[in-house]
Design a protein around this ligand. Structure first.
Ligand code: G3H
Ligand code: 13P
Ligand code: ZN
Length: 328
């Protein structure tokens, strides 16, 4: 059986570690995460975005995750909705077996316009009421993910916020965070600290000016008992960029969130760390390499197997780095 995110994050807080939350879209992603979790004895958060749900279909997703739980009965598994855009999206996830949902009310349901604080409180509180009645956990988001170098806002589900954001808008306000958590009753809070989704997070190795771990410290002072969530937390490691570009992939040099910075955030209350891009790069880079090296091959298993193994390596590294390993 699946367990809730709240159970996993409470255990993480009690034992001072964090869980990577991996975005999954198909069988190979699920196998990669579960094999790494099995090898390192780690609890698991598998998350599906609206894009993943429409790609795979809720029934396939649900049974994939139930299959994972059956295959690895000793590993606690949570199925989480990533970036629910409105209450109805969260409700349909709950109906389809998700044990945790994110209501992202930082943007309006169009995915483009910044929502008012009152709107965010209202939709999030509404989801908390429904989800908690069903025994499901809720993650909320306060503040806009985006780049502190350029002021460009977050990209959610392929939509981009148009226009420039100020430093204030791009960093979660600690006093507002305190108010938000008390008004909504969320189990976990996603905060904005200068990270953004996708490969292009920073144009240089990030320092405190563009990746604000200090903001997490300030929020943690106000909310010492709230589980914090980091989005846009792929590290976009150089070896994965090189693997992708070595076999014809086009990507300009970029920087992600260094694992060492995430490690600094764990004692400051970060319990869930979202990772999607690193797995995409691992899978696609490996497939590119196999296509190049074996142009006569057309059995998908022969390139999906090493691609899954490369994703599994990424998962294992994160389980170890966030001290999730050994906590299942
Ligand atoms: O929110 C961003 C995640 O990386 C999911 O991306 O909406 O393309 O599945 P997606
Ligand atoms: P990345 O694009 O950095 O992997 O972020 C994933 C994420 O935040 C999903 O919600
Ligand atoms: Zn996200």
């Amino acid at each position: 059986a699946l367990i809730t995110m709240r159970q996993l994050l409470d255990h993480a807080a009690e034992n001072d570690y964090a869980l990577p939350a991996f975005n999954v879209n198909n069988l190979e992603y699920v196998q990669a995460v579960m094999r790494a979790a099995d090898a390192t004895d780690s609890p698991v958060i598998l998350q599906a975005s609206r894009g993943a749900r429409s790609y795979a279909g809720d029934a396939f997703l649900r049974h994939l995750i139930l299959g994972a739980a059956e295959e690895y009965p000793h590993i606690p598994v949570c199925l989480h909705l990533d970036h629910g855009d409105q209450p109805s999206t969260c409700i349909s996830a709950i109906t389809n077996g998700f044990t945790s949902v994110m209501m992202d009310g930082s943007l309006l349901a169009d995915g483009k316009s910044i929502a008012s604080y009152e709107y965010n409180v209202d939709v999030t509180a509404e989801v908390v009421k429904i989800a908690h009645a069903a025994g499901v956990s809720v993650e909320g988001e306060l503040g806009c993910l985006g780049n502190l170098e350029t002021g460009a806002g977050e990209k959610e589900d392929g939509h981009g916020f148009e226009g420039k954001l100020t430093r204030e808008e791009l960093l979660t306000d600690p006093d507002q965070a305190l108010d938000f958590v008390s008004k909504t009753g969320v189990d976990a809070l996603a905060v904005a600290i200068g990270t953004s989704h996708g490969a292009y997070k920073f144009t240089r190795a990030p320092d405190g000016d563009i990746l604000s771990i200090e903001t997490i410290a300030k929020i943690n002072k106000k909310l010492p008992n709230t589980h914090l969530v980091m989005h846009g937390s792929s590290s976009v490691p150089q070896d994965l960029q090189d693997l992708f570009t070595a076999y014809g992939g086009e990507m300009k040099q970029t920087w992600g969130v260094p694992v060492a910075e995430i490690q600094k955030a764990i004692p400051l209350g970060v319990r869930k760390v979202n990772i999607d891009t690193d797995l995409r790069l691992a899978m696609t880079g490996t497939i590119r390499k196999n296509f190049k090296e074996k142009p006569d091959n057309f059995d998908p298993r022969t390139y999906l197997k090493p691609a899954t193994a490369r994703m599994q390596d990424v998962c294992r590294e994160r389980f170890e780095a966030f001290r999730t390993a050994g906590k299942a």
